[in-house]
Design a protein around this ligand. Structure first.
Ligand SMILES: Nc1ncnc2c1ncn2[C@@H]1O[C@H](COP(=O)(O)OP(=O)(O)OP(=O)(O)O)[C@@H](O)[C@H]1O
Ligand SMILES: CC(=O)C(=O)O
Ligand SMILES: [K+]
Ligand SMILES: [Mg+2]
Length: 476
């Protein structure tokens, strides 16, 4: 497969529009690096089929697409709505009930049993990422809440509900999340997304569940609540990656805060060497139109310029009419911005912990050396993945090629900015391995004679040794 070459990665949410193997294969060729399964929609059976399709494509086309299983978390939703949805008119009254039913203009089912007890008169209810706004009139404190439609619109099935003023009493990992987590861990999904993270403790608990099953899936903390912003440093320290989940974040907080928070979070993540995804409404109009708005093109471009590891698509690829054109468009924007906005490299101040001071210094120096020698590639061997996270976080101009004997990492690292991975499990001598991996890159035409390559390694060489060596080579 001839895959589009770019540094910033694309995460695509899969759904009915993109689950077919031929469509997905073409989307991957056009630039998808990570597939997101949204456990807010679809059955486990649907998701399993998609997992199998992705694994088949990886086998057949030697790609390293990873899977991000996004757990719904304490998200409140409305239930099914009547065919075509209901038109809610400004000034009318509507009942929200915890009794399961097919919703219409008069009554809507909500998936939150304690809603009539937790909500108060005059509180605001936002539906469908805030597109529809209701105001609470009164509750019977049992199963029904009467509301006034403040800003109406068409309401279709399973849309999200945000209660910016209400204290919600639902745990961060629900029973349903645990069930879905156990399900995806069986299939060695590489990344788990945790929705509505509030504290670092939420991440620690999720990691404990994953570790207790003997699995190595890594965790993405989805930042979509004000509490997560308050605790951002501790959350970044505890997690393996971050998603700026702008859909809910922009409803739970003043929307004008989001652009500034996006830049702040990207910067913090780069300093901490944790990958960061920018999500939601990036090419939203392409759900129904084959061309994006100018503002959407700007949004993708500016996220690349901010230095995000990845940009994400949701409805555009899960249910949209043009999933392949969406990927083509996003890749085109990324490639152009990357080509015209060199150089990327910036030194960063990282705080070395005592047990990583040597590998951190080696990674930072390898990037510095690559810039000084105008090297075409930085080539690293890693078993834990640490070196890949560290080198990628500098956003070097040189290509980043990671060789690993740890098969799980091959896909995991596909989320990281600029990283390409290869399997390598021979461990003879440091010089021998460096020679081997450089020859492999030459065979694949990824480096050319006369170019400079920076290699990092560990001496003495053994599987889990810490990176402590740099070599500068001119390709023969
Ligand atoms: N697998 C699916 N089957 C049917 N409809 C879907 C599916 N995935 C998404 N949708 C529809 O497309 C819309 C946008 O999809 P998206 O993945 O952004 O979901 P979302 O509800 O915004 O989720 P979240 O806030 O959890 O990311 C959803 O609101 C839903 O109506
Ligand atoms: C992706 C997601 O959950 C959000 O934007 O809210
Ligand atoms: K979700
Ligand atoms: Mg969300």
């Amino acid at each position: 497969m001839e895959k589009v070459q770019k540094r910033t990665k694309i995460v695509a949410t899969l759904g009915p529009a993109s689950a077919k193997k031929d469509v997905l294969t073409s989307m991957i060729a056009k630039g998808v690096d990570v597939c997101r399964l949204n456990f807010s929609h679809g059955s486990q059976e649907d998701h399993l089929k998609v997992i199998q399709t992705i694994r088949e494509i990886n086998q057949e086309h030697q790609t390293n697409i990873s899977i991000l299983a996004d757990l719904q978390g304490p998200k409140i939703r409305i239930g099914k709505m009547k065919e075509g949805g209901a038109v809610l008119l400004n000034g009318t009254q509507v009942e929200i009930t915890t009794q399961e039913l097919i919703g219409d203009e008069n009554r809507i089912y909500i998936t939150y049993d304690n809603f009539p007890k937790d909500v108060k008169t005059d509180e605001i209810i936002l539906l469908d990422d805030g597109k529809i706004q209701l105001r609470v009139l009164r509750s019977n404190f049992a199963d029904t809440v009467w509301c006034e439609v403040v800003h109406g619109g068409v309401l279709t099935s399973r849309k999200g509900v945000n209660l910016p003023n209400t204290k919600v009493s639902i745990p961060s990992l629900t029973e349903e999340d645990l069930d879905n987590l156990n399900f995806v861990l069986q299939y060695d999904v590489e990344w788990i997304g945790m929705s509505f993270v509030r504290t670092a403790e939420d991440i620690v608990k999720l990691k404990e569940v994953i570790a207790a099953q003997g699995k190595s899936a890594r965790v993405i903390a989805k930042i979509e609540k004000p509490e997560a912003i308050d605790n951002i440093d501790a959350i970044i320290a505890a997690t393996d990656g971050i998603m700026v989940a702008r859909g809910d974040l922009g409803v739970e907080m003043p929307m004008e805060d989001v652009p500034v928070l996006q830049k702040m979070i990207v910067k913090k993540c780069r300093n901490a060497s944790k990958p960061v995804i920018i999500a939601t409404q990036m090419l939203e109009s392409m759900i129904t139109t084959p061309r994006p708005t100018r503002a959407e093109v700007n949004d993708v471009a500016n996220s690349v310029l901010d230095g995000a590891d990845a940009v994400m698509l949701s409805g555009e690829t899960s249910v949209g009419e043009f999933p392949e054109i969406v990927i083509e468009t996003m890749s085109k924007i990324i490639v152009h911005v990357e080509r015209t906005s060199y150089p990327y490299y910036s030194s960063k101040k990282s705080e070395h912990s005592t047990d990583s001071v040597i590998p951190d210094a080696i990674c930072g120096s390898s990037v510095y050396l690559a810039e000084k020698t105008n090297a075409s590639a930085i080539v690293a061997m890693t078993y834990s993945g640490y070196t890949a996270f560290e080198i990628s976080s500098y956003r070097p101009n040189a290509d980043i090629y990671i060789f690993t004997g740890n098969p799980v990492l091959l896909n995991t690292l596909s989320l990281l900015w600029g990283v390409k991975t290869f399997y390598y499990d021979k461990f003879e001598s440091t010089d021998g391995s460096i020679h081997d991996v450089n020859s492999l890159l030459k065979e694949k035409n990824l480096v050319q004679p006369g170019q400079i390559v920076i290699n990092t390694a560990s001496t003495p060489l053994h599987k889990k040794g810490k990176t402590n060596t740099i070599k500068v080579t001119e390709v023969e």
